[in-house]
Design a protein around this ligand. Structure first.
Ligand code: HEC
Length: 276
């Protein structure tokens, strides 16, 4: 069936066609379109600037706060973890120290004829004082020439014990003081043994604990030099004790070559303070 020209849209006689041909309508449609376009643009601008941006800013702020919070938490837990790690190191370390058996704890661990066996055989002090060890009168006069020689020898010692015998511990954690040291005025056998074997490990001197960074190495000089330097330190820096003789040093030669001493190996200084 053929449609009538009136009803056919787009045909020259249809209402649409008339609108298209109506200049006024075309003009107003154009402007309405423009206004709608601009309005839409403005609306999206308003929405975009007026609402979206602050929302984005807020999210940024919220995120920044979260990040700061998380960072604080992480920092805190790191700090805590470090403390915990240090604590557990300490715990594990002291556990090992307290539980680990010393290598020579069991007799079967000790090599026959070894220095350790000799030390254990000597009764544990580690220092063997021979039966005929020469004694010296506590009030025996001190030879000035020996003191001079001892002072010259003391140049070696002063590197770690200081020129005034006050020690260098407070400066570089090396030698503890010799002034007012109960070890210096104590048993002579200790002092000679220290020269022959060296000394290592935390030591208490005059009521103060010292943990030097390095042990004192053995300084096995000749009998005269050792006797002189020990006489010098026993009678300087305010110390007063019997002089040390080359014969006493000679009597302790058996110590030479034995392992380094620890303060626990020494004869307790109260045993013979002021003499030998
Ligand atoms: C390289 C540094 C150094 C030199 C050099 C040195 N000593 Fe020591 N001395 C030490 C240290 C460190 C100790 C403590 C050892 C320990 O138990 O850890 C010590 C300990 C001592 C002690 C017993 C602790 C005390 O303070 O009374 C005497 C005694 C001693 N030394 C005497 C001497 C004499 C004498 C000389 C020189 C012939 C000498 N030392 C040279 C570093 C040194």
């Amino acid at each position: 069936m053929e449609s009538s020209p009136q009803n056919s849209p787009g045909s020259p006689g249809s209402p649409r066609q008339k609108d298209v041909n109506n200049t006024l309508k075309r003009f107003s449609t154009f402007w309405i379109g423009c206004i709608l376009f601009v309005a839409f643009g403005l609306a999206s601008l308003v929405l975009g600037i007026g609402f979206n941006k602050p929302v984005v800013n807020n999210i940024d702020k919220v995120n920044a706060k979260r990040r700061a919070m998380i960072k604080r938490g992480v920092d805190k837990s790191h700090a805590g973890a470090r403390e915990k790690a240090l604590l557990s190191f300490e715990r594990v370390g002291s556990h090992f120290l307290n539980t680990a058996p010393a290598p020579d704890e069991k007799p079967e661990f000790v090599l026959p004829g070894s220095a350790t066996q000799k030390r254990k055989a000597s009764g544990g002090s580690g220092i063997v004082v021979p039966a005929g060890f020469p004694t010296v009168d506590p009030d025996a006069p001190v030879d000035v020439a020996v003191m001079e020689q001892g002072k010259a020898m003391f140049a070696i010692c002063s590197a770690c014990h200081g020129p005034e015998g006050k020690g260098m511990y407070h400066i570089n954690k090396t030698g503890p003081p010799l002034a007012n040291s109960e070890w210096v005025t104590g048993p002579v056998a200790n002092l000679i043994a220290i020269q022959f074997r060296g000394l290592s490990g935390p030591i208490e001197v005059n009521g103060e604990k010292y943990t030097p960074v390095a042990p004192m190495a053995a300084l096995p000089l000749d009998n005269n030099s050792i006797a002189a330097v020990l006489t010098y330190i026993r009678n300087s820096f305010g110390n007063k004790a019997s002089p040390v003789t080359p014969e006493q040093v000679e009597a302790m030669r058996g110590e030479l070559g034995k392992p380094m001493l620890s303060p626990a190996d020494l004869i307790p200084p109260t045993a013979a303070t002021g003499s030998n």
